[in-house]
Design a protein around this ligand. Structure first.
Ligand code: 4AD
Ligand code: MG
Length: 430
């Protein structure tokens, strides 16, 4: 008889199959045990009748602890009432390992407890739904960029210099010198864009964020497209098309996961509409009218992003922030020299920034002076400056934080559930 995965049992109606997995839950009533069996691909109800199996097996099933590893053989039956549409009539049950008393029971647990048991918590249905949507978002992003002609060119993780400010650098010993864990692949992406035209990198990035917020991790994954001859309007167009295509793909393929998470999908469905493009100055004025004490020139605080994006159903593109609050590599707006040709995409419903990017300074001397003005070590950036010495062109791109996108699309309050093993100020275990 075939050994199958639970997600494939629909192809075996009426047949006897073997499933290998874990006991997820159990309910017994006299002559029947209803065993919820999970194997990672799904959960199926397996029914054991006292009359169908020997007594020892029936008794063993009554006492079997949650998460014991098991092999069950039985007949696949159609069952309209179950979420899967099928159940299994058990013929034999083999116990591979009888689990110790499982710490995570179906009752409510506090977040701290669940985070400490993340290695076990990830077995639950809700975490499955989130991590499957995460995988779908990543696959959709890559397919989108591959389809637009962007080439995957990975950036290094050990780096000699800061990209996104020196205050959040993780330092590490690199043989006889110091190195930093990358904050962004952007600078390397720029080199790759001058080589290949359109590129992207996708990998883990690190920031020593010393504040505890619901939006910050110290290790997160970023996808960063970068292209030669791409200017601010084109960057906004690309970001909008990319996010729309990700949302459409999740709506198309991950309905059941969104349902399990009780995500209201109406706002996601509205992502087919154009994303409003809001000048920074207009966003500040709007925030002031909503009661924020933000002043022109200030960066948005977390609360500002929340109240601003609660006003919208689709993501918005806020562009041309003040240069003073942005990174050294940003190109100034020729029409308003105090502003940068940059854009952030803020997700609606209070989520806030999911994308940051813009046009890069492409003039050698201006960039050289900006590096010096930011007190960055020029020698570490000499290779980067070379890109402005050998065929400099207007160019730009952006980075999308995967966990922020997952949190918004799944409708989660905190990014800690969006990554298999979150790294935060106070958490590096498990
Ligand atoms: O806005 P950021 O800092 O932009 C950059 O790093 C650019 N160099 C990217 C580029 O243009 N190629 O970060 C980009 C995105 C943010 O919009 C956010 O989604 C995410 O990365 N992000 C974080 N996500 C989780 N935890 C953190 N601590 C994050 N910091 C940034
Ligand atoms: Mg940013």
């Amino acid at each position: 008889m075939p050994t199958v995965h639970i997600e494939d049992v629909h192809r075996h109606e009426g047949e006897t199959v073997t499933l290998r997995g874990w006991l997820y839950n159990r309910r017994s009533s006299g002559k029947l045990h209803f065993l919820q069996v999970r194997d990672g691909s799904g959960v199926i109800q397996a029914v054991m009748f006292k009359g169908d199996v020997d007594e020892a097996m029936f008794d063993a099933a009554r006492r079997l602890p949650q998460e014991s590893s098991i092999i069950v053989t039985g007949t696949v039956k159609r069952d309209e009432r179950s979420p899967l549409g099928y159940e299994l009539g058990i013929q034999t049950l083999e116990v591979l390992q009888e689990a110790e008393e499982y710490p995570i029971s179906p009752k409510e647990h506090g977040v701290a407890f669940l985070m400490e048991n993340r290695h076990l918590w990830m077995r639950s249905r809700r975490q499955h739904a989130i991590l499957r949507i995460r995988a779908e978002i990543i696959a959709a992003t890559r397919d989108f960029l591959d389809g637009e002609g962007y080439l995957l060119v990975d950036a290094p993780i050990f780096t000699p210099a800061a990209c996104e400010g020196t205050t959040t650098l993780f330092e590490t010993q690199y043989f006889s010198r110091m190195a930093y864990l990358t904050q962004s692949g952007q600078l390397y992406n720029e080199a790759a864009a001058m080589a290949f035209g359109r590129v992207y990198c996708f990998g883990p990035t690190f920031r020593a964020e010393k504040s505890k917020t619901r939006r910050h991790l110290t290790e997160f994954w970023m996808v960063e497209p970068e292209a030669a001859f791409l200017e601010l309007d084109g960057i906004m167009d690309l970001a909008e098309r990319m996010v729309r295509s990700i949302v459409e793909r999740v709506l198309e393929r991950r309905q059941s996961e969104l349902r399990l998470l009780e995500r209201d999908i109406a706002p996601l469905e509205r992502c087919t509409e154009p994303f409003p493009r809001v000048d920074y100055a207009d966003a500040v004025a709007q925030l002031q009218s909503l009661g924020s004490d933000i002043q022109y020139g200030d960066d948005f605080g977390a609360d500002d992003e929340t109240i601003l994006t609660q006003q919208y159903d689709t993501p918005i593109l806020v562009h041309r922030y003040p240069r003073d609050i942005k990174a050294f590599y940003m190109k100034g707006d020729p029409e308003r020299p105090d502003r940068a040709l940059c854009v952030d995409m803020l997700a609606p419903e209070g989520y806030g920034e999911i994308i940051g990017g813009g046009q890069r300074e492409d003039d050698y001397q201006t960039l050289h002076d900006a590096i010096a003005a930011h007190d960055l070590p020029l020698e570490a950036f000499s290779w980067y400056l070379d890109l402005r010495r050998y065929g400099s062109v207007p160019h730009g791109g952006f980075g999308m934080g995967i966990e922020r996108a997952v949190a918004w699309i799944c409708g989660l309050h905190h990014v800690r559930e969006t990554i298999p093993f979150p790294r935060m100020l106070d958490r590096i275990i498990p």
